[in-house]
Write a protein that binds this ligand. Structure first.
Ligand code: B1M
Length: 212
C-alpha cells in the first residue's frame, strides 16, 4: 500500500502536517486504524529509535517524529475507542517516575478503551503515590504501568509496594509493559501480567478481569 509507505516515511522525516494528511488519506482509502498503526506508524518509530542508537538522530529530531505520530494518533483515537458497551473494568494507566515516554502507553489506553474498559490516563513521570491516588479515586480494578527506559522500569516494584502499603493490592491487578520490560521481570516484581504490545495488553486485561 503506497499510502502506508508514504506515511511511514513522513513520520521518519518529521513531517508533522503531512503525517496527519496521509493518516486521513489512509482512512479515506478504507484502511483500518490498527493496520495504519502496525504497518506504518509503529515501524516508523522503530526506525527513529535505530537512527538515534546509531547516532544519526538527536533528541529534538526524535521528539518531532513523536509529535508527528501523536497527531496521527489523534485521528485514529475515535476509531480505536469506539465501543459504548458496559465497561469491562476500570483501569488507571501511566508512565513511571522519571520517564516521559507516552506514545505506547497512550496507545494501550486507547486500545483498552476501544475494547470496552473505562480508562483513566494519569500521565507520565508518575511517582508511586500518584498510581495509588489514581487507583483510589477511580476505584480501579486494574493498574497499568509503562516504562521505556531501563533506568525507570526499576520504579515499577515501588508502585506495587505502595499499593500493598495502602491495602489496595488484593483488589487491583497490576499489568506492566514497555520496550525494556519482560515477562521474567513482571514475574520477578510480582506484577499480575506483562504485555509486549497494545493488542496483547487488551487480551491480558480481559484475562485479568475474567472477561476473556
Ligand atoms: Co526515547 N528512548 N529517550 N524519546 N525513545 C527510547 C525508548 C530508546 C530505546 C531509543 C534508543 O536508544 N534506541 C532509548 C532507551 C534506552 C534504554 O533505556 N534501554 C531512549 C532514550 C535513551 C531516551 C533519552 C534518555 C534520550 C536523552 O535524552 N538522552 C530520553 C529520556 C527522557 C525521559 O523519559 N526522561 C528520551 C526522550 C525521548 C523523546 C522525548 C525525544 C521521545 C518521547 C516522546 C513521547 O513519548 N512523548 C522519545 C522517543 C520517541 C523514543 C523512541 C524513538 C520511540 C518510543 C515510541 O514511542 N515507540 C524509542 C525507540 C523505540 O522504542 N523504537 C526511544 C512507539 C510506541 C508505540 O512503542 O512505546 O514501545 P512503545 O509501546 C509499545 C509496547 O512497548 C507496549 O505497547 C506499546 C504499543 O504496542 N507497551 C505496553 C508500552 N507500554 C505498555 C504498558 C502496558 C502494556 C504494553 O501495560 C500497562
Amino acid at each position: 500500500m503506497a499510502v502506508l509507505e508514504d506515511l511511514k516515511a513522513s513520520v521518519i522525516k518529521m513531517e508533522v502536517e503531512l503525517t496527519a494528511e496521509l493518516t486521513q488519506k489512509a482512512l479515506d482509502e478504507g484502511l483500518g486504524a490498527e493496520q495504519i498503526l502496525t504497518k506504518a506508524l509503529i515501524p516508523a518509530m522503530d526506525v527513529v529509535g535505530e537512527e538515534y542508537e546509531r547516532g544519526d538522530r538527536y533528541v529534538p529530531e526524535m521528539l518531532l517524529s513523536a509529535h508527528a505520530m501523536k497527531g496521527a494518533m489523534q485521528l485514529l483515537r475515535p476509531l480505536l475507542a469506539e465501543s459504548g458497551v458496559e465497561p469491562k473494568g476500570k483501569v488507571v494507566i501511566g508512565t513511571v517516575e522519571g520517564d516521559l515516554h507516552d506514545i505506547g502507553k497512550n496507545l494501550v489506553g486507547m486500545m483498552l478503551e476501544g475494547a470496552g474498559f473505562e480508562v483513566h490516563n494519569l500521565g507520565t513521570e508518575l511517582p508511586a503515590e500518584r498510581f495509588v491516588e489514581g487507583a483510589k479515586e477511580h476505584r480501579a480494578n486494574l493498574v497499568g504501568m509503562s516504562a521505556l527506559l531501563t533506568t525507570t522500569m526499576v520504579h515499577m516494584p515501588e508502585v506495587i509496594a505502595a499499593l500493598e502499603e495502602n491495602g489496595l493490592r488484593d483488589r487491583v491487578k497490576v499489568m506492566v509493559g514497555g520496550a525494556p520490560v519482560t515477562q521474567e521481570y513482571a514475574e520477578e516484581i510480582k506484577a499480575d501480567g506483562y504485555a509486549p504490545d497494545a493488542a496483547s495488553a487488551v487480551k491480558l486485561a480481559e484475562r485479568l478481569m475474567g472477561k476473556a
